[in-house]
Design a protein around this ligand. Structure first.
Ligand code: HPA
Ligand code: ZN
Length: 326
């Protein structure tokens, strides 16, 4: 079997995926029309032509602007359903999806509409496509913790639909320790904890996320390569890193895929796997990320199998559920 065939066939989980990052230019235009919104672009091609990023912030500016077209429960349902169809195509059998309630409630969209639209699509995804899923509420770190605490309060009626909380948006100058109180509350409520750390921020942010926020899994985490000591600790404690190869290249964390440390981290015994982050913006869904890695880094079949296996092992499925896929 070729690597390409193996990538296609092997079951995998996606653990780092922002549902707002699956909003394709075509859907931006469809939803803008449905919701009577005038866009500053003539068409989807003109919007897609702007997807030329120099760093995380240059992406986030466009990403938050595009989310304005998401207004109704149906919009969130349609967005999520379209992503699940990509999962089915790529043999993603389980996904753990981030959503950013603050980017919607700040525009007057009720929390209930956001979460119900996403949740109903996830239920349909399990029934119709056999894809299991969990939801992770992310706090926006460029906003004060006070805002995150308000969002935590708003989330209370919906906690049964949420498995965990995360931390995303602009990393530089917004270290994890700013969010210690809201993460402590989520931990007390029994939720899983994750945080973006070491994407653009230094390895110390990964350490802070582990020591202060007490996270269960690190999102991105690639700048861990700056600290041998931290790599040893994370390997020993089996803390997973949800790595996003195309994202890292498109946001200029690495100037080309050949420089990506994914396989070095894997060979060092860290629990890394492949994810798509914001596939509508970064050039592809799960299998396109695998193919880009395959082309640039030339992994062995064993390495591909281990990357897929790590995605299942690092998921928040129960040990029994994981066994189905191992
Ligand atoms: N990093 C931080 N925040 C984000 C990202 C990311 O890669 N994608 C969407 N929000
Ligand atoms: Zn991300």
């Amino acid at each position: 079997m070729s690597n390409s065939e193996l990538i296609k066939k092997i079951p995998k989980a996606e653990l780092h995926l922002h549902i707002e990052g699956t909003l394709e230019p075509k859907m931006v235009f469809q939803l803008a029309e449905r919701n009577n919104i005038k866009l500053p672009y003539a068409n989807a091609q003109e919007l897609a032509a702007k997807y030329n990023f120099s760093d995380l912030q240059s992406f986030l500016d466009l990403y938050y602007q595009a989310t304005d077209v998401l207004q109704t429960e149906q919009d969130f349902f349609d967005l999520t359903w379209a992503y699940l169809e990509h999962c089915a195509e790529d043999n993603v059998v389980h996904c753990e999806i981030f959503f950013d309630p603050q980017s919607h409630t700040s525009r007057g969209v009720p929390f209930a509409d956001v979460i119900q639209g996403i949740h109903k699509a996830l239920v349909a995804g399990e029934e119709k496509l056999g894809i299991t899923s969990q939801l992770i509420l992310c706090f926006l770190r460029h906003l004060p913790e006070e805002d995150a605490l308000k969002t935590w309060d708003e989330a209370q009626p919906w906690l049964s639909l949420i498995s965990g909380v995360g931390l995303d948006s602009s990393e530089r100058d917004f270290p994890p320790n700013l969010f210690a109180n809201v993460f402590a509350k989520a931990k007390e409520a029994g939720l899983k904890l994750v945080a973006h750390a070491g994407e653009e921020g230094p390895a110390q942010y990964i350490e802070q996320a582990l020591d202060i926020l007490k996270i269960d899994r690190i999102d991105h985490g690639v700048r861990i390569t700056e600290s041998d000591e931290l790599m040893d600790r994370v390997a020993k404690d089996n803390i997973a890193l949800t790595v996003c190869p195309l994202s890292n290249v498109r946001l200029c964390v690495y100037s080309q895929m050949q420089e990506h440390p994914l396989l070095e981290l894997l060979d060092r015994g860290l629990r890394v796997m492949i994810n798509s982050d914001d596939p509508a913006y970064f050039g592809g869904y799960m299998n396109q990320n695998f193919h880009a890695v395959d082309e640039a880094l030339n992994p062995s079949k064993e390495q591909i199998i281990l990357l897929a296996k790590n995605s299942i092992l690092a998921s928040f499925l129960t040990d029994q559920e994981k066994q189905t896929w191992l």
